[in-house]
Design a protein around this ligand. Structure first.
Ligand code: FEO
Length: 175
């Protein structure tokens, strides 16, 4: 049985992951509105990934005999100044999420909850990827600068991102 303080902390993280999905869906909608369908696709795939993070925390809490409790999800922004600005904000957001995951790990260790620490290690690795993938787009967008042709090229590339559901927690593949 998970301890109540850890349960509360993981429920808070569920809310943050839901907000992440909401934020990326808002960014997808923004990109749709400015005719950048590839960027919209990238963000929509990202939103789907965030929902798998929600599911992972949800499952874990249930497995540990905890109670999932859902709070209101904050309203995300709706407009960004440019494609670069939106991806920079996405990168900044992922940095914040990495900080939350690290805090959760520290808390699990302080509580001597080794099962939760072990569970969270998947997210520690995932955050490295999440930041790297947003950072990669930011770098490309900085390179193209004000060039509409360059922006369209990046947009075309981001149209190719496909959602691949991660293996369920506990699978032999490790995550
Ligand atoms: Fe769920 Fe993008 O971290």
């Amino acid at each position: 049985m998970i301890n109540p303080k850890m349960q509360q902390a993981l429920n808070l993280q569920i809310n943050r992951e839901l907000y992440s999905a909401y934020l990326y869906l808002a960014m997808a909608a923004y990109f749709e509105s400015v005719g950048l369908g590839g960027c919209a696709n990238w963000m929509a795939v990202q939103a789907q990934e965030e929902l798998t993070h929600v599911q992972r925390f949800y499952r874990y809490l249930v497995e540990r005999g905890g109670r999932v409790s859902l709070d209101a999800v904050a309203k995300p922004p709706a407009e960004w100044a440019s494609a670069l600005n939106a991806f920079e904000e996405a990168l900044k957001h992922e940095g914040k999420v990495t900080g939350y995951i690290n805090q959760l790990v520290s808390f699990a260790l302080a509580e001597e909850d080794h099962a939760t620490n072990n569970f969270l290690q998947w997210f520690v690795a995932e955050q490295v990827e999440e930041e790297a993938s947003a950072e990669g787009v930011v770098q490309r967008l900085r390179l193209v600068g004000e060039s509409p042709g360059g922006l369209l090229m990046v947009d075309r590339e981001l149209a190719g991102r496909v959602f691949t559901p991660p293996p369920a927690a506990g699978d032999a593949a490790g995550a």
